[in-house]
Structures are given as structure tokens and as C-alpha cells.
Design a binder for this molecule. Structure first.
Ligand SMILES: [Zn+2]
Length: 479
């Protein structure tokens, strides 16, 4: 990740060397949407406050932190004099030249202004006589580093293009086959293209303003989406019916109205019953009942919720996280019930993804093996190595997943007086590829006769749903 940032910075510096080396005139004019200001550069640096005023934004100084908060709309850039780190919309970036203290508060190099203040706000500098015009969009040919990763599932492939910053991107199916990603006004470059291993994606090649993606015959674009936090383009590829005319296949980003939903995944379904208790209570029935109660609890707290299934239909493990990705879900919570060969083992556990192929302990590995074996896992080859490569998506948010797991487990322990089996890590297929904080909750052991009886009771089911909802609420409020 650090390497990506460095490559991007080097690239930016190369492009903007002109701006850097420049000696500024005694007076400099800035224009924006019919307004203009004149500023006096300070040691070849530009005062920031008048620029923010020109843009209709704000520059506020926090004396306690010694930091300037530059805000425009939802965007926030935090900078400090003599500090080479800048926080852009919550992301840390390292800069070549630190801002300096100035009569107006803080002043920066033109390149700094262009890359770290204007770019996050969606503007860039265009030279005009006597100064610069601040116009919408990204400077022409700005480099963007793209890291492709693909995961082959039984019927589809999910291709994730991780971007080093937010850019305007449009994905189109090419009439002749393959896919093109249009990245206007940017110069994409691919990081480690050789690491892309997929049966359906042959190559991803960068060209000015676009990426050309070559696919295997009969494979086409099913859906795509541009997501943030981290910035990425996610596409689903699969077999598409041959079109009689060369008209492009219409693929649209998934429409989402309103805020990002929490996706609840009732484990198993259909032919895949999951674990079954001595009473005949199956995991698939139990997880659906609790999922519905959990959805209701979250909705009444004002959170939008989607279920990966709201009936008995089965769904491949990997399709569940893919659905959450398509919906740009805020969180992904997969519900399961456990089984052990040791009848006395009981209690609820919350898991998050393990980034290597090892679980935090043997019991956790056993649980993961059990869940991964569930019907329709569908990951070709099923090797843990594939999972590890694909884990990059979850690795970006792993700390958040761990925090979510802790909050949920704390509520399960506190409200229900359950034995604390703790928060654990294991390589679960169902969490693989989720690009948002994701956890798997094992609500209890169907193999323990006392707990089985509890799990069958609506009161206990509601208690579990409420505890998980409270844990999710704790996490979201603390975010
Ligand atoms: Zn399960």
C-alpha cells in the first residue's frame, strides 16, 4: 500500500514539476466561476485562505491541534505548517513540500494547491495570463495507479480495480467482446499486472484515459459499480448470451437509492441445511429467523437493511459478499450456528476474516472448515491460496471488521450472559471479497442440547437479534 502511495506521489511530482520549480510573480490572480482574487505569494507559496473563500469553502484553524481544516461541501483537507503529512478526506498522504506559516495563516506551493487541496474538491488549476483559473475536473493526463484483482467463482468472476484516488470512471462492454473502463483526463498505470490470475480475465491493459480488459470468449460484463472507501471499480463478469446485433450489452451500475444498507446474510439455505440439531432444528431455518428479527431491529433504529436471502433459496457463499459489494453495503453480517463434536461446547462467537490461511485457534479453524464446506461454496479450486490473493479487498477494512466483531461480541456476552468464546479470526469463504467491514456470527451450538433448546425459543432468538443489532449500533455510532 505504501508502495502504491509512493509510486503515485512520484508520478504526480513528475507531472507537476513545472508548477514546483516556478518562481511566482509578486502578484498572482486566481479566477473561479466569474470571481477573481489577487494574492501576494509568500516565498513562492500561495495563501490558502483567500483561495478557500474564492471557492465558497472554509479555512478554519484549530489552535489546539495546530491544524488548518479546509472544507468544501463534504470534502475535508487538513494541513499544518511545516508538516509533510496531509489528511485528505480522512486519508493520509505524504507531500514533498510542507506548507508554511504566512501572514494569512498558511501558504502552500502551487503543486500542493493543485494536488492536495483542489483535486480533492474536484478542481484543478489552468494557467491564464497573470495567474490561474480554478476549474472543475482533474488536470489532463494525471496519473492514476490501478491494482487489479480477480476472483473466479463457479459461474462468475469478480474483478476489482483498486484506484489510488477517486476518479470519474465508466465501464462499457465492447461490441467486439471485452470491456473498456473510461477514465477521462487521467493516465492509468497498472501495478503488478502479472499478479492477475483468472480463467475469465485475460489481461488488463492501460491506455491514455482508458483501460482495455480482454476476456475469454463468451464472457462479458454483467454489472459494475464505482465504490469509495477504498476507491475502486468492481465488476461482475460471466457468460453473457451472444447478441444478434453488435449493439453493446447494456450494463449499468446498480442503482441504490438512499443511504448504504447493512447486508444481513442468513447462512445456508435450500439444499444446504447447515448444521442440524438433535431436535431437527436446522441452521438454515434458525439463521433466517434471527436474520429477520435482526433486520427488523436495525430498521426500527433507522438503518436500511438488505437480506441475502429472505426465503429458503440457497445462494453460493461467494455470491453473498458479491451482493453486498454490488449494493455498496455499509456492513456485511453473516449469521450461522455452530456444531462441535464435543457436546459440552456452547456459546456465541464472532469471527472476522483471517488474512493468512490460519485461524486464531484450532476450534476456529474447525468452524471455518465446516462453514466453507457448506453447499455451493463455488470457489474454483477452493485453495486457501486463492482466498489469500482475494483477501486484499477485505484487508483494506480489516481493522474495522475487527472492531465490529468486538462490539457485536461484547453485546452478545453482556445481554445474554453467554460464555465468552471471544472474537476469532478464520479464513471464511463467505467473508472473502467483501469490501466493507464484515463479520460472521455463530449464534450458538446446535450440538449442545441445552443451547439447542434455547436457540429454538423465540425469546432467545429475539435476544440474539437485539444483541447483534446493539453491537452494530455501537460500531456505527463509534465510527
Ligand atoms: Zn453455517
Amino acid at each position: 500500500m505504501r508502495k502504491t502511495v509512493l509510486i503515485a506521489l512520484v508520478a504526480i511530482l513528475l507531472v507537476t514539476t513545472g508548477l514546483q520549480a516556478q518562481t511566482l510573480p509578486p502578484r498572482l490572480e486566481f479566477r473561479h466561476q466569474g470571481l477573481k482574487i489577487e494574492t501576494t505569494p509568500v516565498r513562492n507559496h500561495v495563501e490558502v485562505s483567500p483561495i478557500m473563500t474564492l471557492l465558497g469553502g472554509e479555512a478554519a484553524f484549530s489552535a489546539s491541534a495546530g491544524v488548518w481544516a479546509l472544507s468544501l461541501g463534504e470534502h475535508l483537507v487538513q494541513v499544518a505548517p511545516d508538516r509533510r503529512l496531509v489528511l485528505v478526506n480522512g486519508k493520509l498522504a505524504e507531500v514533498q513540500d510542507a506548507p508554511i506559516s504566512s501572514p494569512g495563516g498558511i501558504a502552500v506551493r502551487l503543486s500542493f494547491l493543485d494536488d492536495f487541496i483542489l483535486a480533492p474538491f474536484g478542481f484543478h488549476l489552468e494557467p491564464i495570463v497573470g495567474g490561474y483559473s480554478i476549474v472543475p475536473g482533474v488536470s489532463s493526463g494525471k496519473p492514476i495507479t490501478i491494482r487489479p484483482a480477480a476472483a473466479d467463482f463457479s459461474a462468475t468472476t469478480t474483478l476489482v480495480l483498486s484506484l489510488d484516488r477517486a476518479v470519474e470512471a465508466t465501464v462499457e462492454a465492447r461490441p467486439g467482446g471485452g470491456v473498456v473502463v473510461l477514465l477521462p483526463r487521467s493516465a492509468p498505470r497498472i501495478e503488478s499486472p502479472n499478479r492477475l490470475r483468472s480463467r475469465r480475465v485475460r489481461s488488463v491493459v492501460a491506455a491514455p484515459g482508458r483501460l482495455e480488459i480482454d476476456l475469454s470468449p463468451t464472457i462479458g460484463l454483467i454489472s459494475w459499480n464505482v465504490l469509495t472507501g477504498p476507491d475502486r471499480v468492481v465488476m461482475e463478469l460471466g457468460t453473457v448470451p451472444p447478441t444478434p446485433t453488435p449493439a453493446p450489452i447494456i450494463a449499468r451500475p446498480v442503482e441504490r437509492s438512499g443511504p448504504r444498507p447493512i447486508v444481513i446474510d442468513p447462512g445456508h439455505g435450500g439444499d444446504d441445511t447447515g448444521a442440524v440439531g438433535a431436535s431437527g432444528l436446522s441452521e438454515k431455518e434458525l439463521t433466517l429467523v434471527i436474520a429477520r428479527r435482526l433486520a427488523q431491529a436495525l430498521r426500527s433504529a433507522g438503518y436500511p437493511v438488505r437480506l441475502t436471502r429472505d426465503g429458503d433459496a440457497g445462494r453460493a457463499l461467494t455470491d453473498r459478499a458479491a451482493l453486498a459489494n454490488r449494493l455498496d453495503a455499509r456492513l456485511f453480517v453473516s449469521l450461522h450456528a455452530n456444531a462441535s463434536t464435543v457436546a459440552s461446547v456452547h456459546g456465541a462467537e464472532t469471527y472476522y476474516m483471517s488474512l493468512d490461511d490460519r485461524a486464531s485457534d484450532e476450534a476456529a479453524q474447525f468452524t471455518a472448515d465446516l462453514e466453507n464446506r457448506a453447499g455451493g461454496a463455488g470457489l474454483q479450486g477452493g485453495s486457501t491460496l486463492d482466498l489469500i490473493l482475494w483477501d486484499m479487498a477485505q484487508s483494506e477494512v480489516l481493522n474495522e471488521s475487527a472492531r465490529l466483531a468486538l462490539r457485536v461480541q461484547a453485546r452478545l456476552n453482556a445481554l445474554l450472559g453467554l460464555k465468552d468464546r471471544g472474537v476469532k479470526q478464520a479464513p471464511f469463504v463467505v467473508l472473502t471479497g467483501a469490501t466493507m467491514p464484515a463479520v460472521l456470527v455463530e449464534v450458538g451450538f446446535l450440538s449442545n442440547s441445552e443451547e439447542l433448546e434455547q436457540l429454538a425459543s423465540p425469546t432467545h432468538q429475539q435476544g440474539l437479534a437485539d444483541a447483534i443489532a446493539l453491537g452494530i449500533g455501537d460500531f456505527l455510532v463509534g465510527q
